[in-house]
Design a protein around this ligand. Structure first.
Ligand SMILES: Cc1ncc(C[n+]2csc(CCOP(=O)(O)OP(=O)(O)O)c2C)c(N)n1
Ligand SMILES: [Mg+2]
Length: 339
């Protein structure tokens, strides 16, 4: 098995098992509140982050777990943050919606639709002025409904800053897309990249279920941006996972099973259909067909990842809640009154 295949598989499994852990903890009443999962989009984060350098900046959304993990964030510190514990990346103050890891070039995350785009454009301007790094902005298809999207595109293009806009369009399974059908939740455009094309920002669409295609795409586009080519826009065509409802993720077919890559099927029909858009299952099948790895190797990687996630959950649960006296630390406006 090549190092690339095993690291891709481990990276995608890490994201999936992390979020299954979140769901399990929520069901057990250990994770209060609302959170969003990235299940079915893991390949995008893995391929994009593989093309980045340590000095690059990344900006994300409410659906940020995969982006952070692919960038190398600690699952334990992330889970502690999600649980509001002091051992988290922001001492438990940011929760899941604003998860960040400054030391990894992810200074903040915005839960506003389109909210990260101006911040990412500003970071790209800083990269240009300092002569190092690029910025990558991940956002969903609804981002194109926001004014901040157009403002960011225009400024990025006029100032020619080094930024890659990555729109993860999880609205329609790419294989089911029909001619004339809108490609996003509400935007009436055939291809979302047509919008940026009108601003002279080169755009393309890539199959978000195909890790290998995305590796090539992100490698090429980040190189163009890095070499002074100005902004680029890529629409990643991927598919929502059936459990991915807005208010509370469910696991309609249970945890993802290795057996599903070997002919086994989930009990739930919606899950069976979705597997044909699942980048993890598709990658495994492709590598198995090519003889690049076998079941024993897959199971060994998965076991190591699951062990890491169990450790991460324990770290988070063992971490104390922040002291009340911490409430006014790390805020812009200090308050006189105590809690
Ligand atoms: C400015 C703003 N308006 C509305 C919301 C509520 N909201 C949260 S997620 C969401 C839809 C986002 O869809 P998309 O950008 O396609 O991302 P996805 O959740 O599909 O990954 C909306 C409307 C918000 N967070 N921010
Ligand atoms: Mg969407």
């Amino acid at each position: 098995m090549s190092a690339n295949v095993s690291s891709n598989l481990a990276a995608m499994l890490k994201i999936r098992r992390f979020e299954e852990q979140c769901i399990a903890m929520a069901r057990a009443g250990k994770l209060p509140g609302h959170y969003h999962v990235y299940i079915g989009q893991e390949a995008t984060a893995v391929a994009a982050c593989a093309a980045l350098k340590p000095e690059d900046f990344l900006f994300s959304t409410w659906r940020n777990h995969g982006h952070l993990l692919a960038r190398g964030a600690s699952p334990g510190k992330m889970l502690a943050e999600i649980l509001g514990r002091s051992g988290g990346y922001a001492g438990g103050k940011s929760g899941t919606l604003h998860l960040s890891a400054n030391d990894l070039g992810m200074p903040t995350t915005s839960a506003l639709v389109g909210g990260s785009l101006p911040l990412a454009t500003g970071a790209a301007l800083a990269c240009k002025r300092q002569g190092k790094g690029i910025a990558v902005a991940f956002f969903g298809d609804a981002g194109l409904e926001e004014g901040a999207f157009y403002e960011s595109m225009i400024i990025a293009q006029v100032w020619q800053v080094p930024i890659l806009f990555v729109c993860e369009n999880n609205s329609i399974p790419p294989k089911d897309r029909k001619r004339g059908q809108y490609t996003s939740s509400t935007l009436p455009a055939q291809r979302l990249g047509d919008v940026t094309q009108s601003l002279q920002i080169p755009s393309e669409a890539v199959d978000g279920t195909d890790l290998t295609a995305m590796e090539e795409c992100f490698k090429r586009l980040t190189a163009e941006v890095r070499n002074g080519g100005g902004p680029r826009f890529v629409e990643v065509c991927c598919s929502r996972w059936p459990g991915n409802i807005m208010t509370w993720p469910e696991l309609p077919g249970g945890d993802w099973q290795i057996d599903w890559a070997f002919g086994g099927k989930p009990d739930v029909d919606a899950m069976v259909a979705w597997l044909s858009s699942d980048p993890l299952s598709l990658y495994l099948k492709k590598q198995l067909a090519a003889g690049a790895l076998d079941r024993t190797q897959i199971e060994a990687i998965d076991a190591a990842v699951k062990k890491e996630m169990t450790g991460a959950a324990q770290f988070a649960l063992d971490s104390a809640f922040p002291e009340a006296s911490e409430a006014y630390r790390h805020v812009f406006a200090a308050q006189e009154s105590a809690l």
